[in-house]
Design a protein around this ligand. Structure first.
Ligand code: BES
Ligand code: MN
Ligand code: MN
Length: 454
């Protein structure tokens, strides 16, 4: 561990400078105006992988954003670790809520502030530097492959196809991913569960144009009023999702496992304070940790319609829309949930409006076993660097491609993430503590060491 620490200490500034170079490329996958930035990001990644010691690294173009593949094969008999990460980031709007420009990384109070600082450029870059460290100190004990995509934040469509078409190239014993969180700076954890996702857009149309709300108001169904009521009837008074059949495939978690989850350090008061709410709210009969880790949820992500400009405009709008996402638990199938949602949503539409339902994207959840060589290697690595055995945790977030890795490549993933809930991923002022960045670089080489010792 001393060699590792020394190497990091001597190269700290350069590691950061390189990461900042990647962060400065505004690779927002959902916005077409950033298409060229996606290509620039992949070129930067190829250059950095080669500099770090990869035998080869190349850009594969796809129907969507390009994928980078790189590798260093030390011995065909050694185990192979496939590192996955994503170079795409979420949009930065609203811009005026950022304290510094999102693509101009700035260090304040020991944290890197920028879009992608954590999710996932910062976490991905830890792997590049851990790889460099192993190459330069002659300690790389596994073959290593890198697969870096640019569509994670929009559903990983092209990567799934890439996996189907390159099974042989991607052959590996385990997939290693840092794109999740740990419980706290001094409480390390390994993610053993991810939720799936169904993401829908709905549109309610009433009259063929916006109407004068005096001449027509009270006599014509108002799409915004109607949509509000329809959304309200998606859940009941116990915050149970009201879509018929929705819970049919939900795996009930045993009392034992729930008791185990309850031992996880969690302070409800601090949680509420950190997001400035006076009371937590969720499905009746479950704790916050359970509501996030083992229960599905339904949320409106955005809603629009009618007049929202300054001052008053007296209209009865023609249309109202909303984006609605459902987080799913393992065993629920996203396509099936899409269908159940669509059927139910249409069935509750009253006379006087027409309803359109579109599925935007989705994916399946994941649970990872802890009785594997790979999990034990990750656990030992974290124990070495954090001084305590990491806690296995089911996260509420989603990385849909992880279940495809298992389905298509037949390989399980280890989700050894170093982010914190307070990193504000997807939000203004996303950040990543330097402590976590360097701790990650220190921990990853130990995973390789223990994994090779299997
Ligand atoms: N890295 C996140 C997922 C994540 C974060 C999982 C923290 C666990 C802990 C990933 O980039 C992400 O944001 N995924 C999307 C899914 C996607 C289909 C848009 C999500 O969870 O909203
Ligand atoms: Mn991510
Ligand atoms: Mn994300």
């Amino acid at each position: 561990m001393e060699t590792i620490k020394k190497y990091i200490e001597e190269n700290k500034q350069r590691f950061l400078d390189e990461l900042f170079g990647l962060i400065r490329i505004p690779s927002v996958s959902s916005q077409p105006e950033h298409k060229d930035d996606m290509v620039r990001a992949t070129e930067y990644i190829v250059e950095k992988l080669l500099e770090a010691g990869a035998d080869k690294a190349e850009v594969f173009s796809t129907e969507g954003h390009p994928v980078v593949y790189g590798e260093k094969i030390i011995d065909t008999k050694a185990p192979t670790v496939l590192v996955y990460g994503h170079y795409d980031v979420q949009p930065v709007e609203p811009l005026d809520e950022w304290d510094s420009p999102p693509f101009e990384p700035e260090i304040r109070d020991g944290k890197i502030y920028a879009r992608g600082a954590d999710d996932d450029k910062g976490q991905l870059y830890m792997h590049f530097k851990a790889f460099e460290l192993m190459v330069k100190t002659n300690t790389l004990s596994c073959n290593i492959k890198f697969m870096i995509e640019g569509e994670e934040e929009v559903g990983s469509k092209s990567l799934k196809k890439f996996c189907i078409e390159h099974k042989e190239l991607l052959k590996s014993d385990v997939i290693l991913v840092s794109d999740t969180t740990m419980i706290a700076r001094d409480v390390s954890s390994i993610t053993v569960g991810l939720r799936g996702l169904s993401y829908m857009e709905v549109e309610v149309t009433g009259p063929n144009r916006d109407l004068h709300s005096g001449l027509y108001g009270g006599a014509v169904a108002n799409p915004v009023n109607v949509l509000s009521k329809m959304i309200a009837s998606l859940t009941d008074e116990n915050n149970h999702i009201a879509i018929p059949g929705f819970y049919d495939d939900v795996q009930e978690v045993s009392r034992d496992e729930r008791n185990e989850m309850a031992k996880q350090p969690f302070n409800q008061e601090e949680y509420n304070k950190s997001i400035d709410i006076n009371k937590e709210v969720g499905e009746k009969g479950y704790s916050t940790i359970e509501r996030i880790g083992i229960r599905p949820s339904l949320d409106v992500n955005g809603i629009w319609g009618g007049y929202t400009g300054e001052g008053a405009k007296t209209i009865l709008p023609s249309k109202a829309s909303a984006k609605i996402s459902m987080r799913l638990v393992p065993n629920q199938k996203s396509k099936k949930v899409d269908k159940l949602f669509e059927e139910y949503f249409k069935s509750i539409a009253p006379d006087g409006v027409r309803v359109k339902v579109t599925s935007l994207h989705g994916g399946e959840g994941y649970v990872s076993p802890i009785d594997t060589v790979a999990y034990q290697a990750a656990s030992k690595a974290c124990e070495d660097t954090f001084g305590k055995k990491p806690i296995p945790v089911r996260s509420g977030g989603s990385i849909p491609i992880i279940s495809d890795f298992e389905g298509v490549l037949g390989v399980k993933s280890i989700l050894m993430g170093f982010g914190l809930d307070s990193d504000a991923i997807h939000s203004p002022n996303e950040n990543y503590p330097l402590f976590n960045f360097f701790k990650g670089i220190e921990t990853i080489p130990l995973f390789f060491r223990y994994f090779a010792e299997q």
